[in-house]
Write a protein that binds this ligand. Structure first.
Ligand SMILES: Cc1cc2nc3c(=O)[nH]c(=O)nc-3n(C[C@H](O)[C@H](O)[C@H](O)COP(=O)(O)OP(=O)(O)OC[C@H]3O[C@@H](n4cnc5c(N)ncnc54)[C@H](O)[C@@H]3O)c2cc1C
Length: 505
């Protein structure tokens, strides 16, 4: 194995160019701007360049709770963000049809975990695993979501609640909100397409050239140009393909405005329904529903997938257009090399089953801001550490998403037969999967310090899916009862729609 050479050669950063005006470009630029330029004077000049004629991907509607921290760090109010981005609350993901007809939840909260968790062991010893029963006992949000309640009361401060919560949002509108916010807070915005990337002999970017022939240079370049990875594909072109782990490579999507069809309620959760050749998302925003069938092109054609989506949605889908998106499950081998960093789709992608795209991008942007915050400089050692962090995060997300297929008992179509084969199991999960057949996961299984998915997330998935069946768990019965906690929540939390109407208008 080649040894990593540490050379202390700090690079100072007084100017940054972010290329790309999608969610990752604007979130990265706004977050770094708020972190490095707080306090009025602007020691770091930030420019965002976006091509007016290359559209953003425009999907990315479900998030995880840490988005609240990011938006708060950027400095935008919760009300302005929710109003501008057509946002609603997300308390959990409800998985339907992944195992027989039952559904199970992956909520963001979990009852307090006492040491060795006697309540969990007692529950496992007494109950049949599988379905919604587990989250009903161990999560308040699972119960409040079924009753269509918001995860926070009216009047509670911005981004705060007793419970962790996230949002559903319109990715295009989020971009518009952040564009206005970023420009008002000093980000220099240029609308032009980058045609050429000039490198020096060492492989560093020296300048970018626009289609009009204008030249732009900075100390650091952040590539947020989506799957095209316009800069990163020149500086650190090597990528790793993970399509042997996850088979889905396309999505057909639709937006159903409420003028066309208004469901009875705006749900405070994402629905992920398993289908013959993939799965379907159903996300309720303020003014429309977003639907998408994520599928494997080796198992269903684009036309068949669209027909299946339309059939599931019913006659009102006739009035709306469908959009087809190709994607790849991949990761750039280096996220940061020389003076170029790839963030967002330019760095990698895992299908959106656990809403992780925006999280990966926030995590990267936050880490870059943390690195540059003190002294505005970086070293080869910093970039090495950043690359390790991003690869670890990617591996964790890939593994957790793959577990949804690997723990399912569905074998009713060729897709499910292929998606659940042992050869799909990522290396780091091989041993754990056999362990988790007979015992719940524990902290020792998940050694990384930076983790997106907690132990509780693994429990909700493995128990909800009915995977843990070989165990012989001996536990004393520990009585517990969540009815008191639920009663208090029902008294405090308003209906999701009432919260939206009263707080956002
Ligand atoms: C089907 C699907 C569903 C998804 N669902 C979710 C979800 O529910 N939750 C979630 O968190 N994430 C989701 N994602 C991921 C999410 O969409 C992305 O992480 C997010 O939108 C970030 O995209 P981006 O900004 O990296 O790229 P893009 O949105 O593609 O933006 C690229 C930008 O680069 C600019 N550009 C390109 N080339 C040039 C050039 N040469 N010069 C100048 N500018 C250029 C374009 O104009 C554009 O502004 C999903 C992704 C897919 C494919």
């Amino acid at each position: 194995m080649a040894s990593h050479q540490v050379k202390f050669d700090p690079k100072r950063v007084e100017s940054i160019i972010v290329v790309g005006g999608g969610s990752s470009g604007w979130m990265t630029a706004c977050l770094i701007n708020s972190r490095l330029n707080e306090g009025g004077h602007n020691p770091v000049k930030i420019t965002l360049i976006e091509a007016p004629d290359i559209p953003v991907i425009g999907v990315g509607e479900a998030t995880v709770p840490s988005i609240r921290r990011t938006l708060q760090a950027i400095g935008i109010s919760e009300k302005d963000f929710m109003k501008g981005a057509d946002a609603t609350f997300k308390s959990l993901i409800r998985f339907e049809g992944w195992n027989k007809d039952e559904h199970f939840d992956h909520p963001f909260d979990r009852r307090e975990r006492p040491q060795s968790d006697p309540a969990l062991l007692s529950w496992l010893a007494k109950n049949e695993v599988g379905g919604e029963a587990f989250s009903n006992q161990f999560s308040i949000l699972s119960n409040t979501s079924t009753n269509l309640l918001a995860p926070k009361a009216l009047g509670w401060p911005d981004y705060q609640s007793t419970f962790p919560y996230a949002y559903h949002l319109d990715a295009v509108k989020l971009g518009q909100v952040l564009t206005e916010f970023g420009i008002n807070h000093g980000i220099d915005h240029k609308l032009t397409k980058i045609e050429a990337v000039n490198l020096n002999e060492a492989g560093e970017i020296t300048s970018l050239v626009s289609e009009e022939g204008d030249e732009f240079s900075a100390d650091l370049y952040i590539d947020c140009t989506g799957f095209s990875a316009r800069l990163a594909s020149k500086v650190m072109s090597e990528t790793q393909d993970y399509s042997d782990t996850l088979l889905c490579d396309r999505a057909v999507t639709m937006s159903v405005p409420y003028e066309v069809f208004r469901p009875d309620h705006i749900l405070p959760y994402t629905s992920a329904k398993a289908c013959d050749a993939g799965w379907l998302w159903d996300i309720n925003l303020r003014s429309r529903r977003s639907l998408g069938y994520v599928h494997s092109s080796a198992h269903i054609s684009a036309d068949e997938a669209e027909a299946e989506l339309r059939k599931m949605e019913g006659p009102h889908a006739d009035a709306v257009e469908a959009r087809h998106i190709r994607f790849k499950t991949y990761k750039r081998k280096q996220s940061w090399s020389q003076n170029c960093i790839a963030i967002g789709l330019a760095d990698g992608f895992v299908e959106p089953l656990e809403s992780t795209g925006l999280y990966m991008m926030q995590f990267a942007a936050q880490s870059v801001a943390d690195i540059l915050r003190f002294g505005h400089r970086y070293t080869p050692e910093t970039t090495h550490q950043f690359n390790r962090l991003m690869q670890n995060l990617f591996d964790e997300i890939l593994g957790y998403v793959a577990l949804h297929y690997l723990t399912s008992k569905r074998r009713d179509t060729q897709f499910w037969i292929d998606a659940t084969r042992d050869e799909r199991i990522p290396h780091h999960l091989k041993y754990l999967l056999s362990e988790w057949k007979r015992r719940p996961p524990h902290d020792m299984d998940l050694l990384q310090t930076h983790r997106l998915f907690s132990l509780e997330s693994y429990e909700y998935l493995l128990i909800g899916m009915g995977f843990m069946t070989d165990g012989d768990i001996n536990a004393k019965h520990t009585a517990f009862d969540n009815s008191d906690a639920l009663r208090k929540c029902y008294a405090k939390l308003p209906l999701h729609e009432d919260w939206l109407n009263q707080a956002i208008g």
